[in-house]
Design a protein around this ligand. Structure first.
Ligand SMILES: Cc1cc2nc3c(=O)[nH]c(=O)nc-3n(C[C@H](O)[C@H](O)[C@H](O)COP(=O)(O)OP(=O)(O)OC[C@H]3O[C@@H](n4cnc5c(N)ncnc54)[C@H](O)[C@@H]3O)c2cc1C
Length: 402
């Protein structure tokens, strides 16, 4: 088994790290404090190709593999979570789901502008009265000839106010045999008549990013915008979460690393009782835990990237990676604040922002409780991966670069 990264992976890591450190880090505190979306960060990510890393060149992407996506997310979130959130919803939920389930015509028409960063995508599943229980969603899409009439509201949607397209799952069958067969998924043009949207305010974290609501009032969605067959919406949404959760796991790994680096630097300069606090065993214990958790989180998400490259399902491994990394990142940020003492309580240092940002990922893209249920179901033999009509294509360098 080869655990090393390729030269391309390392070059990509450096490019994304340089972008985040040079162009985002100097201004992030200001935008986080103002709780205002940071202007131009997404446009720059599009220009640099970061938004379309793992899509084939013929669909406007960079032709890199799925591990590259994880590496980029780690680098982005080590600086600020809002950048990785954009990757999770634009690339993970929206783009990769189109790559998996879209027809050739849909990939040509929708994936190309998304992968090249010309358009922004998001994933809109959560509603005011529903999050974890996806089959209970109330938004409806009623078919009338060659269009669907979409009505309802989506809530807590990342990039709601910025995106051009949303992958939306809605109820198409009022009396299905099984609840999960009631749903279908659509790529909805957010500039269409009948769409209203806005940002939510007063968030604990991810303050430099957009999180909002989208309301649909008699929005006419053409038949050719339906992704997959009618009734496949639940399965499509679950695979979208597989992709999104992978990026969340990789990003949370970046927070652990950032907290580890900040803590080791601070602990070696701050002195108490005549010596640097790094000399105190209780501080060393916290730092050792961060170092260990970083290594575990990294290996877990890289395993998912490797499975994706092979075209293998990774729902369980993604769940392990997402739950472990998000919980460990919150713990790492909590301990990093502690190591910084009173200074950790102020935004003079980044660790307080990491603490607030890390909290959300334990809730979104499937909370820790939902991940625990998934893991228990696999362990107890109550759940197994069944073949899907469309699988995420395995990475093939010749095809991706061709
Ligand atoms: C910053 C942020 C960004 C987000 N971005 C998006 C996005 O881009 N797109 C999108 O569609 N959604 C997004 N969400 C919404 C997110 O996915 C949901 O918040 C999440 O799925 C949980 O749903 P909920 O908040 O409705 O909680 P609920 O489902 O109401 O759950 C409430 C609590 O009960 C627990 N719970 C639920 N069911 C069970 C059970 N069976 N057993 C034990 N405990 C249970 C949950 O874990 C949670 O702790 C975002 C949320 C946040 C905070």
């Amino acid at each position: 088994m080869d655990f090393s990264l390729s030269q391309e992976h390392e070059m990509l890591q450096k490019m994304v790290r340089d972008f985040a450190r040079r162009e985002i880090a100097p201004a992030i505190k200001e935008y986080d404090r103002k709780a205002e979306p940071m202007p131009h960060s997404l446009e720059r990510m599009g220009t640099l190709g970061i938004l379309g890393l793992c899509f084939p060149v013929r669909y406007g992407g960079q032709g890199m593999d799925y591990i590259s996506l994880g590496l980029a997310c780690e680098e982005l979130e080590a600086v600020d979570t809002h950048l990785r959130v954009a990757m999770s919803v634009h690339t993970g939920l929206c783009g990769m789901t189109l790559l998996q389930w879209g027809t050739e015509a849909q990939k040509e028409r929708f994936l190309k502008p998304l992968a090249s960063g010309v358009k922004l995508g998001c994933g809109a599943f959560t509603e005011p009265g529903m999050g974890s229980d996806v089959a209970a969603m109330q938004t409806t899409a009623r078919r009338e000839g060659d269009v669907y009439i979409l009505n309802g509201e989506k809530m807590w949607i990342s990039l709601a106010s910025r995106a051009d397209y949303a992958l939306v799952t809605a109820r198409t069958n009022p009396s299905p045999r099984k609840p999960s067969e009631a749903l279908s998924t659509f790529l909805v043009d957010l500039h269409a008549p009948g769409v209203k949207r806005g940002d939510l305010h007063g968030k604990l974290g991810v303050r430099a990013g957009s999180t909002g609501w989208i309301a649909f009032h008699d929005v006419r969605v053409p038949l050719e915008n339906r992704i997959g067959e009618e009734g496949e919406g639940f399965k499509i949404t679950m695979t979208a979460f597989d992709h999104g959760r992978y990026t969340v796991a990789a990003g949370a790994t970046g927070i652990i690393r950032a907290c580890l680096e900040a803590s080791t630097a601070y602990a070696q300069t701050r002195k108490t009782f005549g010596k640097p606090i790094a000399e105190h065993q209780l501080i060393q214990q916290k730092i050792a835990r961060m170092a260990q958790d970083y290594e575990i989180a990294r290996l877990l998400y890289l395993q998912v990237g490797w499975l994706k490259n092979l075209g293998r399902r990774s729902t369980l491994q993604t769940s392990y990676a997402k739950k472990f990394a998000t919980e460990a990142s919150f713990q790492a940020a909590h301990e990093a604040v502690q190591i910084h003492g009173a200074y950790g309580f102020s935004d003079e240092y980044d660790v307080e922002r990491h603490l607030r940002n890390a909290r959300g990922a334990i809730i979104y893209e499937g909370s820790s409780e939902i991940q625990t249920i998934i893991q228990a179901e696999y362990a107890l033999g109550k759940r197994a991966d069944k073949p899907l009509r469309c699988e995420l294509p395995a990475y093939d360098e010749a095809i991706w670069q061709g």
